[in-house]
Design a protein. Structure first.
Length: 331
């Protein structure tokens, strides 16, 4: 962590101490890091006697694999007193990732805690550690600064954030610090088996049907270096799948032998929002897919990024192929 980010850690901790009422949120279409960080922050601030509210604005259902988490208090609309609460945004690379970014203009203070290297630093206070495996890892440093007791419930929420964003400790962001944190969380009471069963062995049948359609349509380009597939809006309805069921499908494409990049284009099964969402994954260190995503207004990690588009599936495919070829050109 750089000296600037160290200063940010102290500033975040001081702001959390100084205020009493908080609004906690994360990005739309949340993953394990988003939900784990959200729940861990709620439990930690509750322990400090703060008045906290968790909100994920919108109607899109949560991913089914996180149904075992204690998210019963999660609201889907901003509370009436939102303008009186400090906003703590977790795992949001930029303000557009908050389902309703206009909330930033209503709150008295916004704190941005994240680990995406291209974070736009939209908060008045920002703690961005791009070397961290997950936002959950960043939060552990914050909790230590605040003197928060690492209860089994907080430890498990942080473990969910950590294990999912490292791909079960297989991605290149699995650092020695991340592994030491995992051991600390297990020692504090995180139930590894319960998390594994909940996240990885509770697959809805409709998700398997959706996966089958994506695999059937998969195509290879650039001699097998790119694997592209797509899901239509009608697919979700025909197999009985909600939008979050498409999470994780791209990892099957990324695992194809010889593939340097995987692309999944999907049409969300709802009328509002962008026509198509595009997920990008890299299998090689030298390819930065977040740079490709940023050219279409998106972003993310070097090896996992995404963007939204109203272009056709063929146009999106042509775009990512062009950008992939350009990225492989020598500097």
């Amino acid at each position: 962590m750089s000296s600037q980010e160290t200063n940010d850690l102290a500033a975040v901790a001081e702001a959390l101490r100084a205020h009493d009422r908080f609004l906690l949120t994360t990005h739309e279409n949340p993953d394990g890091d988003a939900l784990g960080s959200l729940l861990a922050a709620k439990l930690a601030l509750d322990q400090l006697g703060k008045d906290t509210v968790m909100v994920l604005h919108g109607d899109a259902p949560l991913p089914g694999e996180y149904a075992f988490m204690a998210l019963g208090e999660l609201l889907r609309r901003w509370p009436d007193d939102a303008a009186e609460r400090v906003l703590l945004a977790l795992d949001c690379a930029n303000e557009s990732r908050i389902a309703d970014p206009e909330i930033l203009g209503r709150v008295p203070l916004a704190i941005d805690v994240d680990h995406h290297h291209d974070n736009s630093r939209f908060g008045q206070i920002n703690l961005i550690d791009s070397t961290a495996s997950s936002t959950g890892e960043v939060l552990r440093d914050v909790f230590r600064e605040l003197g928060v007791e690492l209860t089994p419930e907080i430890a498990e929420a942080l473990y969910i954030a950590l294990v999912t964003d490292t791909g079960r400790f297989q991605y290149t962001n699995t650092t020695p610090k991340a592994l030491r944190l995992a051991a600390e969380l297990v020692e504090a009471g995180a139930d590894v088996h319960r998390v594994f069963q909940g996240v990885y062995e509770t697959v809805q049948f409709a998700k398997l049907k959706l996966l089958a359609r994506a695999l059937e349509r998969a195509q290879v380009y650039e001699g097998g270096a790119i694997v592209v597939s797509y899901l239509l809006r009608t697919d979700f309805g025909e197999v009985g799948a909600a939008e979050p069921y498409s999470e994780g499908i791209i990892d099957y494409l990324r695992a194809v032998e010889g593939a340097d990049m995987a692309v999944l284009i999907r049409e969300p099964p709802r009328s509002d929002g962008p026509l198509r969402r595009v997920s990008l994954r890299a299998s090689v260190d030298e390819l930065d897919v977040s740079a490709i995503a940023r050219k279409s207004g998106g972003g993310g990690h070097r090896q996992a990024a995404g963007f939204s588009s109203d272009a056709s599936i063929d146009e999106i495919t042509d775009f990512v192929r062009r950008e992939f070829a350009a990225a492989r050109q020598p500097a």
